[in-house]
Design a protein around this ligand. Sequence first.
Ligand SMILES: *[C@@H]1O[C@H](CO)[C@@H](O)[C@H](O)[C@H]1NC(C)=O
Ligand SMILES: *[C@@H]1O[C@H](CO)[C@@H](O)[C@H](O)[C@H]1NC(C)=O
Ligand SMILES: *[C@@H]1O[C@H](CO)[C@@H](O)[C@H](O)[C@H]1NC(C)=O
Ligand SMILES: *[C@@H]1O[C@H](CO)[C@@H](O)[C@H](O)[C@H]1NC(C)=O
Ligand SMILES: *[C@@H]1O[C@H](CO)[C@@H](O)[C@H](O)[C@H]1NC(C)=O
Length: 587
Amino acid sequence: MGRRFFFLLLISIATTNGLQLSSGPVPTISLEHLDPTLPPAVPAGQLPKCSVVVLQQDFADTVGSPPASANYSHPRECPFPWTHVVLELSVSASDLQKDRVAAVWIDGAEVLRTTTPLPMAPGAFWSVRKDISRYAALLRRLGDPSYTAARGHGAISMMLENSNSPLPGVYSANVSLHFYRGGAVNVAAGAGAATHPNTRSLYHEPADIILPISNPDGYRGSGGFWFRIHNETHIQTASFALPSNAYRAVLELFVSYHGDDEFWYTNPLRTTYLSSSPSNLSGPRTNGGFRQIYANIDGKFVGGHIPIPVISPRSINPFFWSPVAAIGAFDMPSYDLDLTPFLGLLLDGRIHEIGFGIRDAQPYWLVSANLHVWVDLWSDTVHAGLVQYAVPPVKMNRNAEWRNQDGQSEIDAEGLWRFSGWVSSSRGNLTTTVRQKIKFKSQIEVQNRGAVTQVEVNNKARSMVEVALGHQTIGRAQMLMESPLQIQTTSVSAASGAVFKKARLFHQLLEAVSLSEGQAMTTTTLADRQDAEGSALMRGGEPIWGSGSTRSSYKYRDDNTCYLRAVNAGGGVIMSDTTSASCAADS
Ligand SMILES: *[C@@H]1O[C@H](CO)[C@@H](O)[C@H](O)[C@H]1NC(C)=O
Ligand SMILES: *[C@@H]1O[C@H](CO)[C@@H](O)[C@H](O)[C@H]1NC(C)=O
Ligand SMILES: *[C@@H]1O[C@H](CO)[C@@H](O)[C@H](O)[C@H]1NC(C)=O
Ligand SMILES: *[C@@H]1O[C@H](CO)[C@@H](O)[C@H](O)[C@H]1NC(C)=O
Ligand SMILES: *[C@@H]1O[C@H](CO)[C@@H](O)[C@H](O)[C@H]1NC(C)=O
């Protein structure tokens, strides 16, 4: 089959439902972008006790500017406690623009990392709602008159680096907080669940203190509160000290990837990375599709995660991501490391150093973290000791076979680590054991002189936290995560340097969490899946024309409830969007 024939065939498939990027007044595509997942964070029928707009900002030419910050005073009529608190970020784009990363911080602690969609017409808009009850300690502190009197203010900040050359779009954002009291009435909010069903919350009660582990120069510096990590030997560090009555600590990591690592999960492993012989195929984006974010305390490894690939709205086929967001794009996943076994090293009242690194990183990654700390109000001092520290090296297998552009590569990684430590507080002398296991595989195949690419990634992780009193286990949290990703693309050169690209994608995020305490046991599962196919004409990495259809399905289930949502999008509009509070509809 000749190239020309192939090209014509692709064009004829692509013209059905094709989209033209428009700067004209009547777009035929949906201006509203949406995340085809969760039930509404602000449930119908339940009114917030208070809603406060905390920040309004236009982001035009903001590259290198510090984040936008506003002083925040907590409404008097909404004192702590709240049953839940929802952060709402609504954004509109005045015109065509590139997609950008953004974040919201409360007093320097990150609470939301998000990416904008790619606005394909003037007036694109969307909103992200996130249950931030987990960060109640930050909000409570802002509402505390003695804290705000001492500091003069508390601050809410947002960063979104945007440029108006060459594209004119300005992003306008409103950040609001909604405070709720009374019982949760959301369909999917079962016992103990927040408004947003979220399988990640392993603890019932939010932390008492949240320490931002972010850039201390955040308010003034051009990089904001983020640490920027450039390569795998680059470790960014910050100092912190724990109160001497802490009995539990969890480090929450936020990451996003940019520049040469924006699409790290599709990187082939070139032979030059396995041998030292130079070749012109080496360079950025050729060191394979494995990355791991990890943390050190005083130089000691305390855990890590392989990130879930959050697909950038510009990648593969931008028309897949209009108007539905890719898995995790609006509310990028954060990663927890339970540091409780290490409290024995940290309760000396001294300053300690935390470091972040990314294995195999290329420029650049943006990282920040929050240290969630629970304190024992009945003790002035808690005692603790590290009992077991087992960190064998991750077993890596790297293989690559290339002949010019074509060939294949494979990376396998398997790791298992285990930490255990006791903490003696008013709750008793409890031993916490943390076990983490990762299994990862990346396979990349390129054929037809670089025209056909196949990417297959599978990332599995199992984390377990067990609390024992003597020899008796009194609580256990287990989390399984799996995120398979498959991408097939076929590219053909078109007129004037453009490339016609046909693509197909399958991506899934599966999570299962089981919590057991005494006789009680609860299990929650999440299956979030997207299947997409379409074609696009790209020039210089930017889409000129294209089409795409995406099927999304989101299923959350716990012991009491089920939430199902299926969204089909095609040609830039939503074709169907159905939700059900019953798993009976699922077959
Ligand atoms: C916030 O308050 C502080 C002190 O009261 C003041 O210096 C600062 O300019 C204020 N910031 C804004 C954005 O209003
Ligand atoms: C932000 O709020 C103002 C009203 O205070 C409203 O006019 C504007 O449309 C809002 N913008 C977005 C993007 O929601
Ligand atoms: C890694 O990045 C750091 C910080 O930018 C830089 O100083 C160092 O030279 C880089 N190392 C390599 C091997 O590129
Ligand atoms: C890279 O290698 C190819 C053949 O393997 C050769 O045709 C090309 O000129 C080389 N490019 C550079 C920049 O050396
Ligand atoms: C707590 O228990 C561990 C053994 O599980 C023991 O080594 C440690 O001394 C105990 N700590 C206190 C303060 O009793």
